[in-house]
Design a protein around this ligand. Structure first.
Ligand SMILES: *Cc1c(COP(=O)(O)O)cnc(C)c1O
Length: 401
């Protein structure tokens, strides 16, 4: 017997029926403070009035027409994205994984179109997550992601996290198309690349004539308190993947690129049936308008400061459970002494949703619209969850001793 839904997920026994802002209401009526945001997707929380309005208006006009035609909603969103970033051009996808596929294809095509097709290898880093497609698992081939799915696609070289010596050595081989990196690893455990390392990757790529691809699927769209995470380091990539937050809950992704990096992508080289449909792009344009506002981003930073300070206190209060606070903006992590699952589960009991990540981290990804009062409420609930786990630990130690 197999469940009617393919059992590939480890699901929590929770189901929701409605949401408003940072709050979700479960089917049993219990309310939860959502510090997962559907894994950084619901950037503006649930049922944001402006997004509901735009979605409903567009739904009454046009959902889908095909990229056989000009799509004005696509052009509007692309113009907003290019105006606010390093990029000159944008391709729209429906997910982060599809953005990953195009980023890799674009980098390789850039070199083949330039007459150097031997430059095709993609350097990536351990702990990275770029999706679940064949290319994405070749770039981050852990046993969990890639086991049994062989043969893995060739042309990917995962390196130890930020081993810049190895990066330099691989680049010296002359066959590298691009370095692929998340400025802040999400699934990998909220591991941020230090600004100076990001700058060093930019320098190394530039000197070797390779492209630099940033995967900002999780850390982009205001998550770090800047529109894009790489802005903190003052460097720009050649190609960038965005998804998750950009649709505010509607499936939408994008690849942003410089005119140079995109030089191989001429008519007919890539496409998508659904990518960039009017409905998704109308919503994305509204998300972009709200999130790229400097005042909005300033508020994200202020909320981050308050949350971070509270989390530092939580770590200090529970040294048996926690080691440190990680991350920046509203992509934060509690590095735990052991597996994070018990704390996440205790959070459900205390009415707060968080998400486990690799490297024993509890991820905190609240909506970017979180209020001060909600930050404080979250800290109270996390404290309750931590105390529950600690009491259980002490009880079992007492029983053993
Ligand atoms: C989620 C994620 C992806 C994959 O996005 P999907 O929309 O699930 O296909 C890729 N890269 C990063 C950094 C992500 O967090």
């Amino acid at each position: 017997m197999i469940p009617s839904v393919l059992p590939t997920y480890n699901r929590a026994p929770l189901a929701f029926e409605s949401g408003e802002g940072a709050w979700l209401t479960a089917t049993d009526g219990r309310r939860y403070l959502d510090f997962g945001s559907g894994i950084a997707v619901n950037a503006l929380g649930h049922a944001h009035p402006e997004l509901v309005r735009v979605l409903t208006e567009q739904a009454g006009k046009l959902w889908h027409v095909s990229n056989v035609y000009t799509v004005p909603e696509q052009e509007r969103l692309a113009e907003a994205l290019t105006a606010a970033s390093f990029a000159d051009t944008v391709f729209f996808t429906n997910s982060g994984t599809e953005a990953m596929e195009l980023a890799v294809k674009m980098a390789r095509k850039h070199f083949s179109a330039a007459g150097t097709p031997e430059k095709m290898r993609i350097l990536s880093f351990e702990g990275a997550f770029h999706g679940r497609s064949s290319a994405a698992i070749a770039a981050a081939p852990t046993e969990k992601m890639a086991g049994g799915f062989g043969p893995l696609l060739p042309g990917f070289t995962p390196l130890p996290f930020l081993d810049l010596g190895r990066v330099e050595a691989e680049l010296a081989a002359g066959d590298v198309a691009a370095i692929l990196v998340e400025p802040v690893q999400g699934e990998g455990g909220i591991r941020a690349v230090a600004d100076h390392d990001l700058r060093e990757l930019r320098r190394l790529a530039g000197e070797a004539g390779a492209l630099l691809i940033f995967d900002e699927v999780q850390c982009g769209m205001g998550r770090t308190g800047r529109l894009f995470a790489h802005e903190w380091a003052g460097v720009t990539p050649d190609i960038m993947m965005v998804a998750k937050g950009i649709g505010g809950g509607f499936p939408l992704g994008a690849v942003l690129a410089t005119v140079e990096a995109a030089s191989g992508m001429t008519a007919g080289t890539h496409g998508s049936t659904y990518g960039g449909n009017p409905l998704g792009c109308a919503i994305g344009a509204k998300v972009m308008e709200i999130v790229s506002d400097p005042a909005f981003l300033g508020t994200v930073r202020a909320r981050s400061g308050r949350l971070r300070q509270g989390l530092e206190g939580l770590v200090a209060q529970h040294p048996d459970l926690f080691e440190a606070v990680r991350g920046t903006g509203l992509i934060l992590g509690l590095k735990c002494k052991g597996a994070p699952g018990e704390i996440v589960a205790a959070g459900y009991g205390a009415g707060i949703l968080t998400v486990a990540a690799s490297d024993n981290v509890v991820r905190l990804l609240p909506p970017l619209t979180i209020t001060e009062a909600e930050v404080d409420e979250a800290l109270t609930r996390l404290e309750a969850a931590a105390s529950t786990v600690e009491d259980a630990m002490q009880a079992s130690e007492g029983a053993q001793g």
